[in-house]
Write a protein that binds this ligand. Sequence first.
Ligand code: TXA
Ligand code: MG
Length: 350
Amino acid sequence: MITKIIKMDFSRPPEEQVRDCADIIKRGGLVAFPTETVYGLGGNALDSEAAKKIYAAKGRPSDNPLIIHIAAPEDAEAYCKTNEAYYKIAKAFMPGPITVILPKKDIVPFSVTGGLDTVAVRCPKNPVARALISEAGVPIAAPSANTSGRPSPTSARHVIEDLNSKIDAVIDGGDSEIGLESTIVLPGNGGVKVLRPGGITVEMLREVFEDVSLDGGITEKNESTTAPLAPGMKYRHYAPSATVFLIKDSGRADFDERVKKFLSGKLDREPRTGIICFDEYKKDIIGKNVFYFGKKADDEEHAKRLFDILRRFDDTDAPEIYATASDLKGVGLAIYNRMLKASGFNIIEI
Ligand code: TXA
Ligand code: MG
């Protein structure tokens, strides 16, 4: 199959340009499309065959459920049993980078929910995504448009790297605005539990709900034998082929100086050492496999660039990678969570 690449031209309404892609979805085909978080691999969420094609193209385990994308928050009524918490979330954060887990209605096939009685719903903000869903006239099931296990795609080029010739089309809408996948929440007992941190932060959720708890798997390795609440969180993810070590911020006043010394030592011994560090380290930490991912305080920039950098390591000869992480506030928690997974929970304290 030849994968068509459709470049969006922002001088025309997105509806006109995505019409052919909406037809592909209606006919049961697959289209990768931009969202504000990462690129999604879309298919008709009410069509089991389309769901099977999504799992096959990604090489994704069939017990890992898909998120269904809707054009307006109220559309959720048709596919799941909504509740008060859902509408609180919708009012505060939709359209936007948040996904809510709700009991599913019969119309949603079990092939989409990985056999679960619940379904994940999300109303994205990106205008191209919204136009595609509206034009298709069906909810769109869309996991991130990467090969299972690789970092989520934040550009059409990343999608092509992984899925060229496996899907019908990809809509190129430029780089993802946020760069990390949506926040996933499970409502319950008047509050919400965060299953995956993302662009809607814990702090933002606390402004709406008194009770906001975090799933343990976000910052700790899940050693228990019980299944995690978001099945996808148990899989190895985002990892480049080289071993990644995550340097945790100790909060000490001399932290940066100590880390720079540590990293310089690594580079002296092995000039191919891979490093992800803050822009402030540019003067001292220089090497062929060193990537800077923004100023230390600029979480949003780290979020935008992390997945691209993780992918680029696979084209380098770095035998080992050392990455710095900032604090866990705001979107920093989501970045830390993805870096923990990329490192396989290899944390070093300096
Ligand atoms: O930002 C995003 O959410 C992107 C864009 C494309 O919308 N999508 C995305 O999908 O990240 P995916 O499939 O890569 O991640 C979906 C996560 C998985 O960890 C999955 O296990 C979880 O959502 N999930 C889906 N349905 C669920 C359910 N019914 N209960 C619990 N977790 C669920
Ligand atoms: Mg994914």
